[in-house]
Design a protein around this ligand. Structure first.
Ligand code: CA
Length: 247
């Protein structure tokens, strides 16, 4: 494993934003510590067509950071599968029945740390499935059906998509993970966020709001590095009132 000692252009941009923030008077030392911790654990990866391909051995943490999926105001089930290399994991409950529904106000499990290291080139995708009347409705994999899954990394523009059925819009769920001006995604370089649309077969329709379930993936150089969630880089972010069911 290597330590990343070369700051990228994106990191330099972030640093200048931090400097502006400090000038505004709200910059705290705790944030500075978080920032230095963030560059300690570095795993390079390629993100291509909704698939994350790490370039070195890695540990992995997955957090569900929000859901907004309703029919006439009534939440409908969503299940999740994680695909890492040849392995499929269902840490949030059975993904082949509604027993694994993650679209609920209280979940027994909202995060998962893989207990062992994964090898470089073991690619990562996530599948979300919506349910209707006890049957599977739509299944979207971040790679195979990438038109219905946006995968964001540090520096990306913020999707401007209205929420459907009076739900919060996609950007709402990203608030802790945006630059102070709200214009760009501001993640640690080891993170990606998945925005799933599992409610419509038309990715351009008003119903396609890309926040049916929102998932954060954090890579690390060791399992210990990802046992706790990384504090968001934007310490000004208004905390979400609940990580779930924010609609
Ligand atoms: Ca939705």
């Amino acid at each position: 494993m290597r330590k990343n000692r070369t700051r990228t252009a994106g990191a330099l941009l972030s640093a200048s934003i931090l400097a502006l923030s400090a000038a505004a008077g709200g910059f705290t030392s705790a944030t500075a510590e978080n920032e230095s911790e963030a560059v300690d654990s570095s795993v390079s990866f390629v993100l291509t067509d909704g698939r994350v391909i790490p370039g070195e051995d890695y540990a992995m943490r997955v957090d569900i950071i929000g859901t907004a999926f309703t029919s006439s105001g009534v939440p409908q089930p969503i299940t999740l599968k994680l695909h890492v290399g040849d392995e499929t994991a269902e840490p949030f409950g059975d993904a082949d029945s509604t027993a694994g529904d993650v679209n609920k106000s209280v979940l027994p499990v909202t995060s998962h740390v893989f207990p062992s290291m994964r090898q470089a080139e073991e690619s990562i995708t996530i599948t979300a499935t919506s349910w209707s009347g006890g049957d599977k409705n739509l299944t979207r994999n971040s790679h195979d059906q990438s038109a219905f899954v946006k995968v964001l990394r540090n520096g990306d523009a913020v999707p401007n998509i209205e929420g459907f059925d009076n739900q919060e819009n996609a950007a709402y769920f990203l608030r802790p993970y945006l630059t102070p001006d709200g214009s760009h995604v501001w993640l640690h370089d080891t993170q990606v966020i998945y925005l799933f649309e599992v409610g419509t077969t038309d990715a351009t329709s008003d119903a396609a709001d890309f926040q049916d379930v929102v998932v954060l993936v954090t890579l690390g150089e060791s399992v210990i590095d990802v046992e706790e969630p990384q504090p968001p880089r934007n310490s000004y972010a208004v905390p979400m009132r609940s990580p779930l069911l924010a609609d």
